[in-house]
Write a protein that binds this ligand. Structure first.
Ligand code: PEP
Length: 252
C-alpha cells in the first residue's frame, strides 16, 4: 500500500523568518495529516532549511529544492549532500521544470544526483513533465518515458522504490490551468507502466505524485485516481490555511 504524500514546493518564496512562522503555525496540521496516514512536507529555499527544520513538527518532511551531485569542491553557488545532512535534511526535489529550464538540469544530471542521494540514504523527488507544445502534439508519453528512463538509469529495483516521482505537466505549473484528473491519471499510469517494464512488481511500490495548479478545491479529484499517490504543490502550499485545506482535501 503506497502512503499518500503532500509536498509543498515553496520555490523562491519566504525569507527565513517567514518560513519559520509557517513552521510554527503548521504543528497541529502535521499531526492531523500523520494521524490520517498522510505524509506531509515542505521544501523551503536553502537559507530557510535550518529555520524550518528547527521549528516545524518533527513529523513533517523538510526537503531541499536542489543539491549538487559532487561531494565538495569548486562549484560556486552549489550545496552538497553533506551540508544538507548536517542541518537534518534528507529529502530533495530534483529536475523541477523550472530548474530544467533556467539552470540546465537535465535528466542525466538528475540521475547522478539520484544515485548520490540514495547512497547517502536520502529521498529524491524526481520531477518530470512535458511542455504545452509536446502535450498538444500528443507526445507526452514519449517525453516522460525518456525522462523516467534517463533519471532511473542504472538503478536497481531496491533503489528505485526509494525514489518519489512527481509528474508535473509544465503547462499546468503556476498557470491555474490544472490537468484534468483523467489526463493526470493517464500519464501517471503510463509512468507506472514504464516502471513495471523496468522493475516488475516493484513498480507498485513507487509513489507518483501529480503537480500543477493543485488547490484545496481540486486535490480530492486527483486522490480519487488509482495511480496518483499525492501532490507536489507550489502556490497553494505557501499559506498555512491553504496547506491545511490541501490536507483536508486529500482526505475527502
Ligand atoms: C510546483 O511548483 O511544483 C507546482 C506544481 O506549482 P503550482 O502548484 O503553483 O502549479
Amino acid at each position: 500500500m503506497r502512503k499518500k504524500l503532500l509536498l509543498g514546493n515553496w520555490k523562491m518564496n519566504k525569507t527565513p523568518s517567514e518560513a519559520k512562522a509557517f513552521a510554527l503555525a503548521a504543528s497541529e496540521m502535521v499531526d492531523y495529516a500523520v494521524a490520517h496516514n498522510i505524509e506531509v512536507g515542505v521544501a523551503p529555499t536553502f537559507v530557510s532549511l535550518a529555520a524550518v527544520k528547527e521549528n516545524i513538527n518533527p513529523k513533517c518532511i523538510v526537503a531541499a529544492q536542489n543539491v549538487n551531485e559532487h561531494d565538495h569542491g569548486a562549484f560556486t553557488g552549489e550545496v552538497s549532500i553533506a551540508m544538507l545532512k548536517e542541518v537534518g535534511i534528507d529529502w530533495v526535489i530534483l529536475g523541477h521544470s523550472e530548474r530544467r529550464e533556467y539552470n540546465g538540469e537535465t535528466s542525466p544530471v538528475c540521475n547522478l544526483k539520484i544515485k548520490a542521494l540514495l547512497a547517502a540514504d536520502m529521498t529524491p523527488v524526481y520531477c518530470c513533465g512535458e511542455s504545452l507544445d509536446t502535450f498538444e502534439k500528443g507526445q507526452t508519453k514519449e517525453w516522460v518515458s525518456k525522462q523516467i528512463r534517463e533519471g532511473f538509469a542504472g538503478l536497481s529495483a531496491e533503489d528505485a522504490k526509494k525514489v518519489v516521482i512527481a509528474y508535473e505537466p509544465i503547462w499546468a505549473i503556476g498557470t491555474g490551468k490544472s490537468a484534468s484528473k483523467e489526463t493526470a491519471e493517464d500519464t501517471i499510469s503510463f509512468i507506472r507502466g514504464v516502471l513495471r517494464e523496468l522493475y516488475g512488481e516493484t513498480a507498485e511500490e513507487i509513489r507518483i505524485l501529480y503537480g500543477g495548479s493543485v488547490k484545496p478545491a481540486n486535490v480530492a479529484e486527483y486522490m480519487s485516481e488509482p495511480d496518483i499517490d499525492g501532490a507536489l504543490v507550489g502556490g497553494a502550499s505557501l499559506e498555512p490555511d491553504s496547506f491545511k485545506g490541501l490536507i483536508e482535501g486529500m482526505l475527502k
